[in-house]
Design a protein around this ligand. Structure first.
Ligand code: CUA
Length: 179
């Protein structure tokens, strides 16, 4: 009997288990347990996995919270579109809106401090991809995604939308400063 010719004995599952087959089943079983354990281990010690929470919201509620933060903590504007650069206090809740076709506003965060980043979309699903970090999350309208972040390197980070959202998708970018 081989894998490509049919078994001579029709009731093949009643044949005794070969030692070699049993060994492979045992190896595969142990390895699957190792892989399962690694999911938990890497989440805790891998230092890169997001533990995000998602809540129901409305576009209006989320826009209002973002606008309140922008009104309170804008320090300057950038580009000819006068995009507000917002510097909220360390440890606070910061809000970022994804919409056709920009991430709004620009955030300025302090290195080594923790923030709660809230993300939501105003129209369609967008993708929050933080460059050059390996952080990637789908952002849906009427849902508020919350992630705890502690930026540990200063620099300018780009946000790229990586869910196709229409004709201007390739121009949908944003920025986070860490100082
Ligand atoms: Cu937003 Cu693609």
């Amino acid at each position: 009997m081989s894998a490509i010719s049919p078994p001579a004995e029709r009731v093949w599952w009643k044949a005794p288990l070969d030692k070699l087959e049993l060994t492979w089943i045992a190896i595969a079983f142990v390895w699957s347990l190792v892989m399962f354990g690694m999911m938990v281990y890497w989440h805790i010690y891998g230092n890169q996995n997001l533990a995000n929470e998602t809540y129901k919201t409305t576009k209006e509620m989320f826009a209002a919270k973002t606008q309140a933060m922008v009104d309170k903590y804008t320090v300057r504007t950038e580009t000819d579109q006068q995009i507000p650069v917002v510097k909220p206090p360390a440890g606070s809740d910061v809000y970022l809106i994804g919409r056709l076709w920009a991430w709004w506003p620009i955030l300025e965060l302090e290195k080594g401090k923790q923030y709660k980043l809230h993300l939501s979309a105003m129209d369609y699903m967008h993708g929050f991809s933080l460059q050059p970090q390996n952080i990637n999350i789908q952002v849906h309208p009427n849902y508020e995604h919350v992630l705890k972040i502690s930026p540990n390197q200063s620099g300018t980070y780009s946000i790229v939308c990586n869910e196709y959202c229409g004709i201007g998708h390739h121009t949908m970018v944003g920025r986070i400063y860490v100082k």
